[in-house]
Design a protein around this ligand. Sequence first.
Ligand SMILES: O=C(O)CCC(=O)C(=O)O
Length: 298
Amino acid sequence: MPEVLSNSQISDYQESGYLVLENHLPDSIIESIRTEISHFEAESRSLTESNDRLELEDGHTAEQPRVRRIRLPHTISNVVNELMHSDHILAPARDLIGPNLRLHTTKLNMKSAENGSAVEWHQDYAFYPHTNDDILAIGVIIDDMASENGPLMVYPGSHKGPVYDHHVDDVFAGAFIPQDVGLNPKDAVELNGPAGSISIHHGRMVHGSAENTSSRSRRILFIEMMAADAFPIVGSLTKWNGIEDYNTRMLCGEPTITPRLKDIPIRIPQPQPNVPISIYEIQKGLKKSGFDAIALSD
Ligand SMILES: O=C(O)CCC(=O)C(=O)O
Protein backbone atom coordinates (compact mmCIF):
# COMPACT_ATOMS: atom_id res chain seq x y z
CA MET A 1 0.00 0.00 0.00
CA PRO A 2 1.39 3.44 -0.88
CA GLU A 3 1.90 5.78 2.10
CA VAL A 4 0.79 9.10 0.62
CA LEU A 5 0.49 8.94 -3.16
CA SER A 6 -2.56 7.61 -4.95
CA ASN A 7 -2.18 4.78 -7.44
CA SER A 8 -2.93 7.26 -10.22
CA GLN A 9 -0.15 9.61 -9.04
CA ILE A 10 2.26 6.66 -9.02
CA SER A 11 1.27 5.62 -12.52
CA ASP A 12 1.48 9.25 -13.72
CA TYR A 13 5.03 9.40 -12.37
CA GLN A 14 5.95 6.13 -14.05
CA GLU A 15 4.47 7.31 -17.35
CA SER A 16 5.53 10.98 -17.39
CA GLY A 17 8.50 11.02 -15.00
CA TYR A 18 7.34 13.84 -12.76
CA LEU A 19 4.71 14.96 -10.26
CA VAL A 20 3.78 18.21 -8.55
CA LEU A 21 2.15 17.90 -5.12
CA GLU A 22 0.51 21.26 -4.53
CA ASN A 23 0.52 22.81 -1.04
CA HIS A 24 2.26 19.74 0.33
CA LEU A 25 4.15 21.45 3.16
CA PRO A 26 2.91 23.54 6.10
CA ASP A 27 3.51 27.30 5.75
CA SER A 28 5.59 27.23 8.95
CA ILE A 29 8.28 25.08 7.27
CA ILE A 30 8.51 27.37 4.26
CA GLU A 31 8.71 30.41 6.55
CA SER A 32 11.54 28.79 8.54
CA ILE A 33 13.47 28.03 5.33
CA ARG A 34 13.04 31.65 4.21
CA THR A 35 14.43 32.83 7.56
CA GLU A 36 17.44 30.52 7.17
CA ILE A 37 18.01 31.86 3.65
CA SER A 38 18.06 35.45 4.91
CA HIS A 39 20.88 34.49 7.32
CA PHE A 40 22.89 33.00 4.44
CA GLU A 41 22.30 36.12 2.35
CA ALA A 42 23.62 38.23 5.22
CA GLU A 43 26.65 35.92 5.48
CA SER A 44 27.34 36.36 1.75
CA ARG A 45 27.92 40.11 2.17
CA SER A 46 31.39 39.40 3.53
CA LEU A 47 32.32 37.16 0.59
CA THR A 48 34.06 38.16 -2.61
CA GLU A 49 34.08 34.65 -4.04
CA SER A 50 32.10 31.44 -3.68
CA ASN A 51 33.01 29.05 -0.88
CA ASP A 52 31.86 25.57 0.12
CA ARG A 53 28.63 26.95 1.64
CA LEU A 54 27.55 29.66 -0.78
CA GLU A 55 27.91 29.95 -4.55
CA LEU A 56 27.73 33.55 -5.78
CA GLU A 57 26.22 34.94 -8.96
CA ASP A 58 28.51 36.90 -11.25
CA GLY A 59 28.07 40.56 -10.19
CA HIS A 60 27.69 39.82 -6.46
CA THR A 61 28.73 42.72 -4.18
CA ALA A 62 28.49 43.37 -0.44
CA GLU A 63 25.88 46.07 -1.10
CA GLN A 64 23.87 43.91 -3.49
CA PRO A 65 24.48 40.33 -2.42
CA ARG A 66 23.58 37.79 -5.07
CA VAL A 67 23.72 34.17 -3.96
CA ARG A 68 23.20 31.69 -6.79
CA ARG A 69 23.07 28.54 -4.70
CA ILE A 70 23.26 27.46 -1.06
CA ARG A 71 25.42 24.34 -1.20
CA LEU A 72 24.54 21.18 0.74
CA PRO A 73 21.98 23.07 2.86
CA HIS A 74 21.15 19.97 4.91
CA THR A 75 24.66 20.23 6.42
CA ILE A 76 24.30 23.87 7.48
CA SER A 77 20.59 24.26 8.24
CA ASN A 78 18.74 22.26 10.88
CA VAL A 79 15.45 23.21 9.26
CA VAL A 80 16.51 21.65 5.96
CA ASN A 81 18.01 18.62 7.67
CA GLU A 82 14.81 17.94 9.60
CA LEU A 83 12.65 18.43 6.53
CA MET A 84 14.86 16.09 4.50
CA HIS A 85 14.39 13.32 7.09
CA SER A 86 10.66 13.90 7.48
CA ASP A 87 7.82 11.95 5.92
CA HIS A 88 6.87 15.09 3.99
CA ILE A 89 9.84 14.21 1.77
CA LEU A 90 10.51 10.53 2.36
CA ALA A 91 6.98 9.11 2.18
CA PRO A 92 6.34 10.12 -1.46
CA ALA A 93 9.87 8.99 -2.38
CA ARG A 94 9.28 5.59 -0.77
CA ASP A 95 6.04 5.26 -2.72
CA LEU A 96 7.98 5.77 -5.95
CA ILE A 97 11.33 4.02 -5.48
CA GLY A 98 10.95 1.79 -2.43
CA PRO A 99 11.74 1.72 1.27
CA ASN A 100 15.54 1.92 1.21
CA LEU A 101 16.70 5.43 0.30
CA ARG A 102 20.13 7.00 0.16
CA LEU A 103 20.82 10.71 -0.14
CA HIS A 104 22.71 11.88 -3.20
CA THR A 105 22.85 15.61 -2.50
CA THR A 106 20.95 18.76 -1.58
CA LYS A 107 21.14 22.27 -3.02
CA LEU A 108 19.04 25.38 -2.78
CA ASN A 109 18.90 27.24 -6.07
CA MET A 110 18.10 30.90 -5.49
CA LYS A 111 17.26 32.09 -9.02
CA SER A 112 17.08 35.67 -7.77
CA ALA A 113 14.88 38.35 -9.29
CA GLU A 114 16.33 40.22 -12.26
CA ASN A 115 18.70 37.70 -13.81
CA GLY A 116 18.95 34.65 -11.56
CA SER A 117 20.89 32.17 -13.70
CA ALA A 118 19.35 29.64 -16.06
CA VAL A 119 20.05 25.95 -15.59
CA GLU A 120 20.53 24.49 -19.06
CA TRP A 121 18.69 21.36 -20.21
CA HIS A 122 20.19 18.22 -18.78
CA GLN A 123 19.53 14.87 -17.14
CA ASP A 124 20.78 14.36 -13.59
CA TYR A 125 21.70 10.80 -14.55
CA ALA A 126 24.29 12.17 -17.00
CA PHE A 127 26.07 13.72 -13.99
CA TYR A 128 25.75 10.69 -11.79
CA PRO A 129 25.17 7.44 -13.66
CA HIS A 130 24.34 4.57 -11.31
CA THR A 131 23.76 0.86 -11.68
CA ASN A 132 20.01 1.49 -11.92
CA ASP A 133 17.85 4.56 -12.36
CA ASP A 134 15.60 4.48 -9.28
CA ILE A 135 16.80 8.00 -8.66
CA LEU A 136 14.71 11.12 -8.12
CA ALA A 137 14.91 14.75 -7.12
CA ILE A 138 12.35 16.42 -4.89
CA GLY A 139 12.06 20.18 -5.33
CA VAL A 140 10.67 22.16 -2.39
CA ILE A 141 9.09 25.26 -3.89
CA ILE A 142 9.90 28.23 -1.67
CA ASP A 143 8.45 31.03 -3.83
CA ASP A 144 5.35 30.70 -5.98
CA MET A 145 6.74 29.22 -9.21
CA ALA A 146 5.13 30.47 -12.40
CA SER A 147 5.95 31.19 -16.04
CA GLU A 148 7.56 34.56 -15.36
CA ASN A 149 10.16 33.60 -12.74
CA GLY A 150 12.04 30.80 -14.44
CA PRO A 151 10.08 27.71 -13.38
CA LEU A 152 11.52 24.22 -13.45
CA MET A 153 10.64 22.72 -16.86
CA VAL A 154 10.61 19.10 -18.01
CA TYR A 155 10.09 17.06 -21.15
CA PRO A 156 7.39 14.59 -20.01
CA GLY A 157 8.29 10.99 -20.78
CA SER A 158 11.94 11.79 -21.52
CA HIS A 159 13.02 9.60 -18.58
CA LYS A 160 12.18 6.62 -20.76
CA GLY A 161 14.28 7.85 -23.66
CA PRO A 162 18.02 7.97 -24.24
CA VAL A 163 20.56 9.41 -21.87
CA TYR A 164 21.70 12.22 -24.17
CA ASP A 165 25.24 13.27 -24.94
CA HIS A 166 26.16 16.03 -22.49
CA HIS A 167 29.66 16.53 -23.93
CA VAL A 168 30.93 19.41 -26.08
CA ASP A 169 34.24 19.01 -27.89
CA ASP A 170 34.79 15.77 -25.94
CA VAL A 171 34.58 17.53 -22.55
CA PHE A 172 31.63 17.09 -20.17
CA ALA A 173 29.42 20.19 -20.45
CA GLY A 174 26.49 18.94 -18.34
CA ALA A 175 23.89 20.12 -20.88
CA PHE A 176 22.66 19.84 -24.44
CA ILE A 177 20.30 21.69 -26.79
CA PRO A 178 16.98 19.80 -26.97
CA GLN A 179 16.39 20.54 -30.66
CA ASP A 180 19.78 19.07 -31.49
CA VAL A 181 18.58 15.68 -30.24
CA GLY A 182 15.13 15.89 -31.81
CA LEU A 183 13.12 17.14 -28.83
CA ASN A 184 10.44 19.69 -29.71
CA PRO A 185 10.48 22.77 -27.41
CA LYS A 186 6.68 22.84 -27.60
CA ASP A 187 6.62 19.57 -25.65
CA ALA A 188 8.35 21.06 -22.58
CA VAL A 189 6.08 21.81 -19.61
CA GLU A 190 6.47 24.12 -16.62
CA LEU A 191 6.11 22.65 -13.13
CA ASN A 192 4.30 25.60 -11.63
CA GLY A 193 2.87 25.69 -8.12
CA PRO A 194 2.45 27.83 -5.04
CA ALA A 195 5.12 28.01 -2.34
CA GLY A 196 4.90 24.91 -0.17
CA SER A 197 4.33 22.60 -3.14
CA ILE A 198 6.89 19.97 -4.09
CA SER A 199 7.98 18.76 -7.50
CA ILE A 200 9.37 15.28 -8.05
CA HIS A 201 11.34 14.39 -11.16
CA HIS A 202 12.98 11.17 -12.30
CA GLY A 203 16.78 11.09 -12.50
CA ARG A 204 16.67 10.59 -16.28
CA MET A 205 14.15 13.39 -16.90
CA VAL A 206 15.30 16.10 -19.30
CA HIS A 207 14.84 19.33 -17.34
CA GLY A 208 16.10 22.88 -16.96
CA SER A 209 14.94 26.40 -16.21
CA ALA A 210 15.36 29.75 -17.93
CA GLU A 211 16.97 32.87 -16.50
CA ASN A 212 14.67 34.74 -14.12
CA THR A 213 14.06 38.19 -15.59
CA SER A 214 11.10 38.96 -13.34
CA SER A 215 11.01 41.03 -10.16
CA ARG A 216 10.32 37.93 -7.99
CA SER A 217 12.87 35.36 -6.89
CA ARG A 218 12.28 31.67 -7.59
CA ARG A 219 13.91 29.70 -4.81
CA ILE A 220 13.77 25.92 -4.80
CA LEU A 221 15.43 23.38 -2.52
CA PHE A 222 16.38 20.12 -4.21
CA ILE A 223 16.75 16.90 -2.23
CA GLU A 224 18.10 14.17 -4.53
CA MET A 225 18.12 10.51 -3.60
CA MET A 226 18.20 7.01 -4.91
CA ALA A 227 17.30 3.45 -4.04
CA ALA A 228 20.03 2.08 -1.77
CA ASP A 229 20.91 -0.59 -4.33
CA ALA A 230 21.77 2.00 -7.02
CA PHE A 231 25.56 2.29 -6.87
CA PRO A 232 27.58 4.99 -8.61
CA ILE A 233 29.53 3.98 -11.70
CA VAL A 234 33.20 4.98 -11.63
CA GLY A 235 33.62 8.50 -13.01
CA SER A 236 30.16 9.55 -11.75
CA LEU A 237 30.08 12.93 -10.00
CA THR A 238 29.19 11.19 -6.76
CA LYS A 239 31.27 11.72 -3.67
CA TRP A 240 32.82 8.37 -2.74
CA ASN A 241 34.78 8.03 0.48
CA GLY A 242 34.27 4.34 1.05
CA ILE A 243 31.30 2.25 2.07
CA GLU A 244 31.13 3.41 5.69
CA ASP A 245 30.82 7.02 4.62
CA TYR A 246 28.39 6.03 1.87
CA ASN A 247 26.15 4.31 4.39
CA THR A 248 25.97 7.45 6.53
CA ARG A 249 23.85 8.79 3.68
CA MET A 250 21.00 6.36 4.29
CA LEU A 251 17.78 8.35 4.76
CA CYS A 252 15.61 5.37 5.65
CA GLY A 253 15.52 1.59 5.35
CA GLU A 254 18.54 -0.67 5.03
CA PRO A 255 21.80 -0.28 3.11
CA THR A 256 23.13 -3.07 0.91
CA ILE A 257 26.35 -4.02 -0.83
CA THR A 258 24.50 -5.79 -3.62
CA PRO A 259 23.91 -3.36 -6.50
CA ARG A 260 20.88 -3.90 -8.72
CA LEU A 261 21.82 -3.62 -12.38
CA LYS A 262 19.68 -2.17 -15.16
CA ASP A 263 20.79 -2.07 -18.76
CA ILE A 264 20.95 1.69 -19.48
CA PRO A 265 23.31 3.05 -22.15
CA ILE A 266 25.36 5.81 -20.53
CA ARG A 267 28.38 8.03 -20.97
CA ILE A 268 30.70 8.77 -18.09
CA PRO A 269 30.75 12.53 -17.27
CA GLN A 270 34.46 12.72 -17.96
CA PRO A 271 36.74 14.40 -18.69
CA GLN A 272 35.59 17.28 -16.54
CA PRO A 273 36.17 20.87 -17.63
CA ASN A 274 38.77 22.82 -15.71
CA VAL A 275 36.23 24.90 -13.73
CA PRO A 276 34.93 24.86 -10.15
CA ILE A 277 32.51 21.96 -9.50
CA SER A 278 29.24 23.76 -10.13
CA ILE A 279 26.54 22.96 -12.65
CA TYR A 280 26.45 26.63 -13.66
CA GLU A 281 30.18 26.71 -14.40
CA ILE A 282 30.25 23.30 -16.09
CA GLN A 283 27.35 24.29 -18.35
CA LYS A 284 29.23 27.36 -19.63
CA GLY A 285 30.94 24.74 -21.83
CA LEU A 286 27.72 24.52 -23.86
CA LYS A 287 28.62 27.99 -25.23
CA LYS A 288 24.97 28.77 -26.03
CA SER A 289 21.62 28.53 -24.28
CA GLY A 290 18.85 26.03 -24.96
CA PHE A 291 16.43 28.71 -23.76
CA ASP A 292 17.50 31.17 -26.48
CA ALA A 293 16.80 28.37 -28.91
CA ILE A 294 13.26 28.02 -27.47
CA ALA A 295 12.59 31.73 -27.95
CA LEU A 296 13.87 31.58 -31.54
CA SER A 297 11.72 28.61 -32.38
CA ASP A 298 8.44 30.36 -31.39
O1 LIG B 1 16.92 25.26 -10.35
C1 LIG B 1 16.42 24.70 -11.33
O2 LIG B 1 15.45 25.15 -11.93
C2 LIG B 1 16.97 23.41 -11.88
C3 LIG B 1 18.11 22.94 -11.10
C4 LIG B 1 18.77 21.71 -11.57
O3 LIG B 1 18.31 20.99 -12.42
C5 LIG B 1 20.01 21.36 -10.93
O4 LIG B 1 20.52 22.16 -10.11
O5 LIG B 1 20.55 20.26 -11.25
